[in-house]
Design a protein around this ligand. Structure first.
Ligand code: HEC
Ligand code: HEC
Ligand code: HEC
Ligand code: HEC
Ligand code: HEC
Length: 219
């Protein structure tokens, strides 16, 4: 009797095995797809903010310097976010009744900071430093895109390891003179190759550890 069952049990066993295998393959593809999707990388996603602050308006049309609000971008690891006081230097004088600015006025009156939602953030285990980049000829737009054209803020590049390494393996392709670091429209000129090599020396950049030394970013 038991012999009668065996072929069928075997078929069921094989069926279960194959389903498990195919399931695992599908799961792998989904995970791989997800890990590059905007959902997980945060790329190109606009976050709801306490008020609709516009870089296009403030940094683009009004021409306010990035450092007016991100005061430590040249001196520290973190760029820094503007306290409400910085907004009120202007908005206690202009647009004082605008409904859009009510959260800013409330924040100031109640002494509670505005909670901005971040659009680009690195995992805890990655070390990053703004001043090292900004003071050595890497411009904001190489990593953040042209902020002067963003009504709401979004992050055009996923901050993946590939993204960092694509520059670390040949930073000369991206190096700018110091005067162009805050230029949001900068594009590498035709003779970037030549200029980049000169700037590499001028900034005393040692490229040897940038790519191969994991502890540059994982410390
Ligand atoms: C140097 C002056 C200045 C500073 C500093 C400033 N703003 Fe403004 N802001 C303006 C002007 C000028 C307008 C536009 C009025 C108009 O449309 O003509 C404006 C408009 C706005 C608006 C209306 C929507 C828009 O963009 O047109 C919001 C919201 C706003 N600002 C938020 C902020 C916040 C938040 C801060 C602080 C992080 C801030 N502003 C700092 C000058 C400033
Ligand atoms: C008037 C103040 C002001 C100025 C000038 C300004 N910013 Fe901002 N910035 C903000 C505020 C407020 C936020 C948070 C809200 C948001 O993300 O839009 C912010 C957020 C950012 C972020 C954070 C994105 C994230 O991870 O969430 C980047 C990058 C940035 N600014 C770059 C720049 C650059 C580059 C310039 C100059 C071209 C600049 N900012 C000029 C006020 C300013
Ligand atoms: C080499 C790439 C790179 C360059 C160049 C760069 N940033 Fe960033 N920026 C980042 C990364 C990565 C983060 C996220 C850091 C984190 O989550 O720890 C960030 C975050 C920020 C933030 C959010 C606050 C913070 O410090 O975490 C602001 C504001 C900002 N950058 C402004 C600027 C401005 C202004 C410039 C140009 C003067 C600039 N950045 C140049 C990569 C860069
Ligand atoms: C567009 C080019 C570019 C991009 C993109 C870039 N870097 Fe860099 N990075 C450089 C250059 C150039 C240096 C070397 C500066 C020097 O040593 O003078 C550097 C140096 C560093 C250092 C060394 C700082 C130190 O203390 O020695 C760290 C850490 C770092 N980068 C992290 C990152 C991370 C993390 C990312 C991705 C989120 C990133 N970088 C993206 C160009 C870039
Ligand atoms: C220039 C900076 C930089 C250097 C150098 C670097 N990493 Fe990373 N690494 C990153 C960033 C940024 C992430 C975060 C990726 C993300 O969030 O998608 C990361 C993530 C990782 C992860 C997590 C898994 C993943 O891929 O998301 C591992 C493992 C890793 N790195 C290993 C290494 C090893 C090993 C080295 C040396 C050969 C190295 N890294 C060198 C920036 C760097």
């Amino acid at each position: 009797m038991s012999q009668l069952f065996q072929p069928r049990a075997d078929a069921i066993f094989r069926f279960v095995l194959w389903t498990a295998f195919l399931g695992a393959v599908v799961a792998l593809f989904v995970a791989e797809g997800l890990s590059h999707s905007s959902y997980l990388t945060g790329r190109n996603i606009i976050q709801p903010q306490p008020t609709e602050f516009s870089h296009q308006h403030h940094a683009g049309e009004l021409g306010i310097d990035c450092r007016y609000c991100h005061t430590t971008v040249q001196t520290a690891a973190s760029a820094g976010m503007p306290p409400t006081h910085t907004c009120m230097t202007c908005h206690s004088q202009i647009w004082t009744n605008a409904r859009m600015l009510a959260p800013v006025r409330d924040s100031y009156a109640n002494n509670t900071p505005l909670v901005w939602q971040r659009v680009g953030r690195l995992p805890e285990y990655v070390y990053f430093n703004h001043s090292v980049h900004v003071d050595n000829g890497i411009g904001c737009s190489s990593c953040h895109g042209d902020m002067t054209r963003m009504q709401m803020t979004w992050q055009p590049h996923a901050f993946s390891m590939d993204f960092c390494l694509s520059c670390h393996q040949a930073p000369q392709n991206y190096l700018r003179p110091q005067s162009k670091v805050f230029d949001m429209q900068w594009q590498p000129p035709a003779n970037q190759q030549e200029i980049g090599d000169k700037l590499l020396k001028q900034y005393h950049i040692n490229t040897s550890g940038l790519l191969s030394d994991c502890s540059t970013c994982h410390r």
